[in-house]
Design a protein around this ligand. Structure first.
Ligand SMILES: C[S@@+](CC[C@H](N)C(=O)[O-])C[C@H]1O[C@@H](n2cnc3c(N)ncnc32)[C@H](O)[C@@H]1O
Length: 250
C-alpha cells in the first residue's frame, strides 16, 4: 500500500510514518507533533460516556466509527471508558470500527503492545481511579526499567475492528443513521479547502441522528468547528462534558 500525503494543497511533507514525531514543511520548519496517548486530556471520559448513553438510550444499535485512530490508544480509551462507566450499554456501540490512514499505526494497533513510561501509566491510573488496570496486562520491560509494556486484554480487543483507511475515501461507506463518528486531533493535517470539502461531505452523508466528535487542537487551531457549523452541525449542548467537541445536526 502506498501512503499518500493527506494534505495535497499545502507545502508540507507529512509522511505518516510514526507517532510522536514532528511533521515539517519542506524547509524543515516544525508544523505540529503527531501523537496520541491513552485518555487524552481534552475529554472528561466518564461524562462523555454518560452523554452518549443518554443521547442514544432509545436506539438499539449505534455505529461507532473511530477515524484517525492512530495506533489504537484512543480506541482503547473509548472501550475502557465504556466498560468502566456503562458496560451494559457498550454492547450496542460495538464493534468499534477504528481506522487510520497509516498502515504502520494499524499494525501497531493490531499487535497491541505499547511501551509506556511509568509516569504515563501512573497518569492513566490517576485519570481512571486505577480502574484501567483491570483491562490491561502490564509488565516491566526487561531492558529498560523506566518502561512498562502495556497490552489490552481480550475483553477490549474483542470489541474493536482495526482497518487501514482514509476518511476521504470512506465517506460513502459510513452508516448514515445513529453514527458516532470521531475524527479527532486530525483536522490540522489537512488544508483549508479539504476541511471544507470534508465537512460538506460528512454533513451530506450523516443524518441528524449522528454525532461527530473532534479533538481540542482541531477546534482551537484548525477551525474545523467553523466548517462543520457552516455545513449544518451545531455544538452538542453537553456543557462542560468535553470542551465543546461534540457536534450534531439533530
Ligand atoms: C495526531 S493523531 C491523533 C490520533 C487520535 N485521534 C487522538 O486524538 O489521539 C492524527 C492521526 O490522523 C491520521 N490521519 C491523517 N490523515 C488521515 C486521513 N485522511 N484518514 C484517516 N486518518 C488520517 C494520522 O495517521 C494520525 O494517526
Amino acid at each position: 500500500m502506498r501512503v499518500l500525503p493527506v494534505n495535497i494543497n499545502r507545502n508540507t511533507n507529512p509522511s505518516h510514518k510514526a507517532n510522536n514525531r514532528w511533521v515539517t514543511d519542506k524547509l524543515g520548519n516544525k508544523l505540529y507533533m503527531t501523537s496520541t496517548v491513552f485518555f487524552r486530556d481534552d475529554v472528561i471520559w466518564e461524562d462523555l460516556i454518560k452523554y452518549l448513553c443518554e443521547r442514544y438510550k432509545n436506539v438499539p444499535k449505534v455505529n461507532f466509527v473511530n477515524y484517525a485512530c492512530s495506533n489504537g490508544m484512543e480506541t482503547l480509551s473509548f472501550a475502557m471508558s465504556f466498560l468502566m462507566y456503562a458496560p451494559e450499554e457498550f454492547k450496542k456501540f460495538t464493534p468499534i470500527i477504528a481506522k487510520d490512514i497509516n498502515e504502520d499505526n494499524i499494525l501497531m494497533a493490531k499487535q497491541g503492545v505499547y511501551k509506556r513510561y511509568i509516569d504515563a501509566f501512573l497518569r492513566m491510573q490517576r485519570i481512571t481511579n486505577k480502574k484501567c488496570q483491570k483491562y490491561l496486562d502490564v509488565a516491566l520491560c526487561p531492558n529498560d526499567d523506566r518502561l512498562l509494556s502495556v497490552s489490552p486484554k481480550k475483553i477490549l480487543t474483542d470489541n474493536i475492528i482495526y482497518k487501514q483507511g482514509d476518511i476521504f475515501e470512506d465517506i460513502e461507506n459510513i452508516p448514515k443513521y445513529n453514527t458516532f463518528l470521531t475524527c479527532r486531533n486530525f483536522w490540522q493535517y489537512i488544508s483549508f479547502e479539504r476541511k471544507s470539502e470534508l465537512a460538506k461531505r460528512l454533513s451530506k452523508r450523516l443524518n441528524p441522528s449522528s454525532i461527530i466528535m473532534l479533538g481540542e487542537c482541531d477546534v482551537v487551531e484548525g477551525r474545523a468547528d467553523l466548517h462543520l457549523e457552516l455545513n449544518g452541525f451545531k455544538r452538542c449542548p453537553c456543557g462542560m462534558t468535553c470542551k465543546n467537541i461534540l457536534y450534531s445536526k439533530g
